[in-house]
Design a protein around this ligand. Structure first.
Ligand code: ADP
Ligand code: MG
Length: 554
């Protein structure tokens, strides 16, 4: 047996140290993570076996087993799923930090500041580092695994203190067995009723059986049927929530649960969730969604490009199609016309449900939470998806100079002043600075509302959309934003106004002094207290965008 000793990547080591020493009281979530991984491994094998049936032919009934040895004080979570080879082991359980490692540690640090470090260990699965939660209850973890289709098995062993070993192992069944040598005081995880309780609590919805014991007559601890296929009135809010946690790698409450079946020309079932808090990878450059695609209960992929538009990537959940061919490869999926139809149906339905929420004025606060989390993502649809632009514009909410709440574009139009022909906007990095901007003085004096835009994406959708109900968007930092025709505010008494002649002289003097530093100097109605402000020319780039681009070039 050739044993090799390897070091955890430094960041992983630090993570393990925190996990092992956490005083977290709900350590039981380690089981949720291990069972979730085992069920993922079975899903992946089932998918691979669609094109290579020989992979699972010798042992086709996929399942997870919990096996305890009270004398040795070990708990084993075993699956007959896809398994791992040596490279998989090194990559997944050790040397290479997974993308969520750093994010998870940051989140731990932040909650430590709030004095709440214990609570956040619960979030571990969200960051794609759930396996390491095994070290909350174990001081030694052994992984025996053999990958489907390969003959060589492997043994991974670690005490979670910086290093692990990998050695080859003979005569292993297909799949993965993870054995936890329990820490002193954690004997409760050897008790059947305790384990059964945890499985019911977190993993009941898992679609493959989770058995207690390794005999033929082992009993199932979960209901083992796909939750989304059950009818709505058989599912409790608690079950929906646990499913959302599992499928979405999330730990908040769903803000919105959408469960429906499309029938007719194409048939599919959806169970989709809108989270109530922002996932950490929402602005990942790939803009990939995280909804799982199944075909007739068989997991196909969680990265079906084209299943959802990128601007709905905050959705979590599953889509299960009855019509897509089971043996479809992930590559072919992308060009499948059926998938395009499902996407169209999903998009329409999700936007319409969001529309209902947006119109419900009694629950404006609820909608505001959603908007604060995902508004910036939805806005991408304004230039990405022309077809749904109108629906999306109705979902938009803005901060404005008219108070602290959020306003819709319809509300804005309803408050426009007589003679006002544009929707005025100003963009910048934060609301408070914008509110103090001298560019707004004249607008305030005339009681003209200005929308405050602080999302970088605003620089893209505004020019692309151009107008709403025939009213153009106009930045107050542009020369052409003219207040002259707008009624309202107090006229200055005649003696305070400068005469035409005085103004012409002053402008000429300023132009002469500033020379090439500015393009033009104009008299304007936009200021009341400040003497001057900078504006961009009508056809030039918006000033905030210009600043943003300059920052990016550095
Ligand atoms: P995540 O499940 O979010 O990817 P984990 O830390 O829970 O993160 O697991 C890390 C990786 O280890 C998994 O993505 C998978 O590739 C591998 N893995 C863990 N458990 C198993 C298992 N039982 N069978 C096969 N692969 C596994
Ligand atoms: Mg996991």
């Amino acid at each position: 047996m050739t044993e090799e000793r390897l070091s955890f990547q430094a960041e992983v080591s630090r993570l393990l140290d925190i996990v092992a020493h956490s005083l977290y009281s709900e350590k039981e979530v380690f089981l949720r993570e291990l069972v979730s991984n085992a069920s993922d491994a079975c899903d992946r094998l089932r998918y691979a076996a669609l094109t290579q049936p020989e992979l699972s032919a010798d042992d086709p009934n996929l399942k997870v087993r919990l096996i305890v040895d009270k004398e040795a004080r070990t708990l084993t979570v075993a699956d007959n799923g896809i398994g791992m080879n040596r490279e998989d082991l090194v990559e997944n359980l050790g040397t290479i930090a997974r993308s969520g490692t750093a994010a998870f540690m940051r989140s731990l640090k932040e909650s430590a500041k709030d004095g709440d470090a214990k609570k956040d260990v619960n979030l571990i699965g969200q960051f794609g580092v759930g396996f390491y939660s095994a070290f909350m209850v174990a001081d030694r973890v052994e992984v025996l695994t053999r990958k489907a289709g390969e003959t060589q098995g492997w043994r991974w062993l670690s005490d979670g203190k910086g290093e692990f070993t990998i050695a080859d192992a003979a005569d292993l069944p297909r799949g993965t067995q993870i054995t936890l040598h329990l820490r002193e005081g954690d004997d409760e995880y050897l008790e059947e009723h305790r384990l059964a309780g945890i499985v019911r609590k977190y993993s009941d919805h898992i679609a493959i059986p989770i058995l207690f014991g390794d005999g033929e007559d082992a009993k199932s601890l979960n209901s083992a049927s796909a939750l989304w296929m059950r009818s709505k009135n058989e599912i409790t809010a608690e079950q929906y929530k646990e499913f959302y946690h599992h499928v979405g790698h999330a730990f908040d409450d769903p803000w919105l649960t959408l469960h429906w079946r499309a029938e007719g020309a194409i048939e599919y079932t959806n169970l989709l969730f809108v989270p109530s808090s922002k996932p950490f990878d929402l602005f990942d450059p790939k803009r990939a969604h995280r909804v799982k695609l199944y075909v007739k209960r068989v997991f196909i992929t969680d990265s079906a490009e084209g299943l959802l538009p990128p601007y709905l990537r905050f959705l979590r959940g599953v889509v299960d199609s009855e019509d897509l061919p089971l043996n479809i490869s992930r590559e072919m999926l992308q060009h499948n016309p059926m998938l395009a139809k499902i996407r169209a149906g999903l998009t329409r339905r999700v936007l319409s449900e969001l529309g209902k929420k947006a119109r419900d004025t009694e629950k404006a606060e609820e909608y505001a939470t959603f908007w604060e989390n995902f508004g910036a993502v939805l806005k991408e649809g304004l230039y990405d998806d022309y077809e749904h632009r109108d629906d999306l514009l109705k979902l938009m909410r803005f901060r404005s100079t008219a108070g602290d709440g959020l306003v819709s574009l319809e509300e804005y139009l309803g408050r426009m002043k007589e003679g006002q022909e544009a929707i005025f906007t100003i963009s910048g990095d934060d609301i408070e600075t914008l509110k103090r901007s001298p560019q707004l003085e004249g607008f305030k004096a005339k009681g003209v509302e200005v929308l405050l835009l602080t999302d970088p994406v605003d620089e893209f959708w505004v020019p692309s959309v151009g107008s709403f109900q025939d009213k153009p968007f106009k930045s107050v930092t542009r020369g052409g934003a003219d207040l002259g025709k707008i009624q309202g505010g107090e006229e200055k008494p005649a003696e305070e106004k400068a005469s035409e002649g005085e103004l012409t002289d002053l402008l000429a003097l300023l132009k002469l002094t500033l020379q090439d530093a500015v393009k033009d100097v104009r008299a304007s109605e936009r200021l009341t207290d400040s003497a001057v402000c900078l504006v961009a020319d009508e056809n030039d780039m918006d000033m905030h965008l210009e600043r943003l681009l300059k920052q990016h070039k550095q």
